[in-house]
Design a protein around this ligand. Structure first.
Ligand SMILES: *Cc1c(COP(=O)(O)O)cnc(C)c1O
Length: 372
C-alpha cells in the first residue's frame, strides 16, 4: 500500500472519478458539458491530479471557489497548449484589486455584484481588450449573485469590454427531489437566462443534475458526485467510491479483566476482548463525532470504533476476528468500498462533503486507477 511510513494512506481512485464524470456527461446529462467543481482542493482529494485526470477524460471547464485556487489550478495546466487549456471559473467572483491576477492566469470571474461587474469592465477598458466573465444570478438562495433586477440592468446596459460567457445560478434544495423550491428556482432561472442569449447557461450541481434534463442547460456543475458521494439525501448512490482511507494496526490489547478504553474512560470492557489501536484521529479528519459510532473494516469484516476518537488514534473492538486475521500491521479500511463515504458521513452526523474536505494534511494522498 502506498502511504506514509506507518502505512496510513488516502488513496484517490482517479479511474472512479473519470467513471463518475462519464456517467454524468454521457449517461445523465448527455446534452450538457461538465464544469467540474474542484474547489477546496477537489474536496480535499487534490485539485491538480483530479483536474488533470478529468482533463484527460475530456473536461474543459473547471470551477474553483477562490482566485488563489484558480491560480494554482492554472499552474497545474502549464504544460497544456493554450488552445486546449481549460476554462477556469472562480465562483467567489472578483475581489477588489485582483483583476490583473485574474487576467494573468486566464481565470474567469463569476461576477456576483454590480460592483464586481463595474470593476471588471473598468479593467477591460484599461487593458483595451474584451474580457470574458460569468454572471451568477440569485434565483432564491440569498448567498451569491445579482438579483434578477440587477441582471436585467446588466443585460440592458452591457458594459463595453465584458463578454458574458456563462450565466449561472445555484439550487438551494436540489438534494430533496420533491422540494417545491427546485421548480420555483427553475422558473426564475429560465427568465433571467433569456436575458443573455449568447451565454452558456449553468444551473445544476450534482443533485440538480439528477433532477432531470430540464435542469441541465449547457453546463452542469458536479462536485460531490465526481468524488463518490450521494448527492441526494436519500436513495441509491449511483456513483463509484473514490476515496479510500487505510491504516495499519499499531498495537493490540488482549483484555481479560474489566477495564476502560481511551479518554474519559468512555468505553468499558466487561468480558474478554481484543482492542486494536489504529493511527488515525480527528487531526486526520476522522471526526470526533465518530466516537462510539464509527465502523472500520478488516478484510471485509466490520468492527466498531470503541471509546473516543483522539487526535491521532482510534481504538477498535476486534474481538470478533480470529487472532491470525488481526495482528499488528493488519490493514484497516476506515473509508472505502466497504465503509462508504455516505455511511461514514451518516455515522458522524454530517454530510459526505464535510468528511472529504476535513481529510487532513497529514494523510499522504496516493493516486491510483490511472496512469498519472
Ligand atoms: C460547490 C458548488 C457546486 C458543486 O456542488 P455539488 O453539490 O458538490 O455537486 C456547484 N455550484 C456551486 C455554485 C457550488 O458552490
Amino acid at each position: 500500500m502506498a502511504g506514509d511510513r506507518t502505512g496510513t494512506a488516502l488513496l484517490v481512485d482517479l479511474a472512479a472519478i473519470v467513471a463518475n464524470y462519464n456517467l454524468i456527461c454521457a449517461g445523465l446529462a448527455p446534452g450538457a458539458k461538465c464544469m467540474a467543481v474542484v474547489k477546496a482542493d477537489a474536496y480535499g482529494l487534490g485539485a491538480g491530479p483530479v483536474a488533470q485526470a478529468l482533463w484527460r477524460a475530456g473536461c474543459r471547464q473547471f470551477a474553483v471557489a477562490t482566485i488563489d485556487e484558480g491560480m494554482s489550478l492554472r499552474a497545474a495546466f502549464e504544460d497544456v497548449p493554450l488552445e486546449a487549456t481549460p476554462e477556469i471559473f472562480v465562483l467567489h467572483g472578483l475581489y477588489p484589486g485582483t483583476a490583473e491576477d485574474f487576467a494573468a492566469a486566464w481565470l474567469t470571474p463569476m461576477l456576483n455584484t454590480p460592483a464586481q461587474v463595474g470593476e471588471w469592465a473598468r479593467f477591460a477598458e484599461s487593458v483595451g481588450r474584451p474580457l470574458g466573465a460569468g454572471v451568477h444570478i440569485d434565483t432564491g438562495m440569498t448567498r451569491l449573485g445579482l438579483s434578477p433586477a440587477e441582471a436585467r440592468d446588466l443585460a440592458e446596459r452591457p458594459p463595453r469590454g465584458v463578454t458574458v460567457q456563462v450565466v449561472m445560478s445555484h439550487l438551494a434544495c436540489a438534494d430533496e427531489v420533491g422540494h417545491a423550491k427546485n421548480a420555483e428556482q427553475l422558473v426564475a432561472f429560465r427568465a433571467v437566462r433569456g436575458l443573455f442569449p449568447a451565454a452558456r447557461a449553468s444551473f445544476a450541481n450534482s443533485a440538480g443534475t439528477l433532477l432531470g434534463p430540464d435542469y441541465h442547460f449547457e453546463l452542469v456543475r458536479p462536485g460531490i458526485a465526481l468524488y463518490g458521494g450521494n448527492p441526494l439525501v436519500s436513495g441509491v448512490n449511483k456513483f463509484r467510491q473514490v476515496a479510500q482511507l487505510k491504516a495499519k494496526i499499531v498495537q493490540l490489547h488482549r483484555v481479560d479483566t474489566p477495564r476502560s478504553v481511551g479518554y474519559g474512560a468512555a468505553h468499558s470492557i466487561t468480558g474478554p476482548a481484543r482492542i486494536a489501536t489504529v493511527p488515525v484521529g480527528y487531526a486526520d479528519g476522522y471526526l470526533r463525532s465518530l466516537s462510539r459510532r464509527g465502523i472500520a473494516s478488516i478484510n471485509g469484516v466490520r468492527v466498531p470504533v470503541v471509546g473516543r476518537v483522539s487526535m491521532d488514534l482510534i481504538t477498535l473492538d476486534v474481538s470478533r476476528l480470529a487472532e491470525r486475521d488481526c495482528a499488528v500491521g493488519t490493514e484497516v479500511e476506515l473509508l472505502g468500498n466497504t465503509v462508504t463515504l455516505d455511511e461514514v458521513a451518516a455515522s458522524a452526523g454530517t454530510i459526505p462533503y464535510e468528511i472529504l474536505t476535513r481529510l487532513g494534511p497529514r494523510l499522504r494522498r496516493s493516486y491510483i486507477g490511472e496512469a498519472a
